[in-house]
Design a protein around this ligand. Structure first.
Ligand code: PHE
Length: 351
């Protein structure tokens, strides 16, 4: 053992160590190289240093200095490699998690208004231009507001016009609860809570004990109109409904009044528009008559005004009630009322 051979060993060791460090592909390999070459107990460098005692005393500091240099060089290389491996790991991760910001975004799924809601809003918009304001009124109603206050006494045969679904729940005053058969009880609520002049619109869901078919639902929608003021006449009603029909079905669409009957209006009428399918020629859609009835209307019965707390000697009023489903069917050419409440996306997506 002499200085020259120990120096050569250390130089060789340094080379092998640096090569191993450079070859380490991950932290595990790097740590294995660290233990193998510069590990305090088992490392190759330690093994060389153990042999130092066999050297002449004057050579030992020289060998110690070289050994330290080797250790420092190897440890520095390990630190660099460790940093490099960390950087590589980060790059790999970034590449894996890369986001291509140039890709088109996922389209947002937008809903659309239900055709009945859209139609209700359009009706409210048109009447809104004439000063009508939308009110809400409950779907579960009392017998007294749905019928009695509207001039339909308990055993009156006119009740047969509205097949009713009763609610089996007790009330404080013995009044029966039912699912409202029309929006007309809303007239009473508006009259009792506001003063004339009144221009009210009451859209909402109604219910009847009905055999369901393509044109009858047991659940359907109406919008009620009510105007009460001094000097209100049938001419105002006629003019307003004409404006409405023209706004919704086209300017110049012919309209007509036919005599009708409702206990809460006097006189009562049915309001027809010329058939929008055949333009009056006669077709299955209009029963070959050339006309379609879109609402019932009339001058508010004095008894009804009085029940609403309004003096019929001072004020007059008109009211109308139309089926929103029917209007929507005409607007969109829908031939079965049941589509509206079936929640079939294939139907709803078309609007
Ligand atoms: N409520 C009546 C119905 O459901 C419609 C109507 C309303 C008629 C207002 C006249 C006045 O058939």
């Amino acid at each position: 053992m002499d200085l020259a051979s120990v120096s050569a060993d250390l130089a060789a060791l340094r080379q092998r160590a640096l090569a191993a460090v450079a070859d380490a592909d991950d932290l595990k390999e790097l740590e294995a190289a660290e233990t193998a070459f510069v590990g305090r107990k088992q490392g190759a460098l330690t093994a060389v240093l153990r042999g130092i005692g066999a050297l002449p005393a004057e050579d030992r500091p020289r060998v110690g200095a070289i050994a330290n240099e080797v250790r420092e060089a190897v440890e520095e290389a390990i630190a660099e490699r460790r940093a490099r491996l960390a950087a590589i790991a980060l790059e790999v991760r970034l590449a894996a998690e890369r986001v291509d910001v140039t890709l088109p975004g996922r389209p947002l799924r937008r809903g659309s208004l239900h055709p009945l809601v859209e139609t209700t809003r359009e009706i409210a918009r048109i009447f809104g231009q004439f000063g009508f304001v939308v009110y809400e009124s409950p779907e579960v109603e009392t017998d007294s507001l749905n019928f009695q206050a509207l001039n339909i006494p308990a055993d009156h045969p006119a009740r047969d016009l509205w097949d009713t679904l009763y609610v089996d729940a007790p009330t404080n005053d013995g009044d029966r609860l039912l699912l409202r058969t029309h929006t007309s009880p809303g007239q009473m609520r508006v009259m009792r809570q506001t003063r004339p002049p009144i221009r009210a619109l009451l859209p909402g869901r109604c219910f009847r004990h009905e055999a369901v078919d393509a044109s009858h639902g047991f659940e359907f929608f109406q919008v009620e109109g009510l105007m009460v003021d001094e000097g209100t006449t049938m001419a105002h009603l006629r003019g307003l409904l004409d404006e409405f029909a023209h706004a919704l079905f086209g300017a110049g669409r012919p309209t007509r009044f036919r005599p009708g009957y409702y206990p809460f209006t006097e006189p009562s009428v049915a309001f027809d528009i010329q058939c929008v399918v055949c333009d009056g020629g006669g077709c299955p859609a209009c029963g070959r008559s050339g006309w379609m009835t879109i609402l019932g209307a009339g001058m508010v019965h004095p008894v009804v005004l009085r029940n609403g707390g309004i003096d019929p000697e001072v004020y007059q009023g008109f009211a109308f009630g139309m089926g929103i489903d029917r209007i929507a069917m005409l607007r969109y050419g829908i031939n079965d009322i049941r589509y509206f409440l079936e929640n079939d996306a294939r139907f709803l997506e078309q609007f």
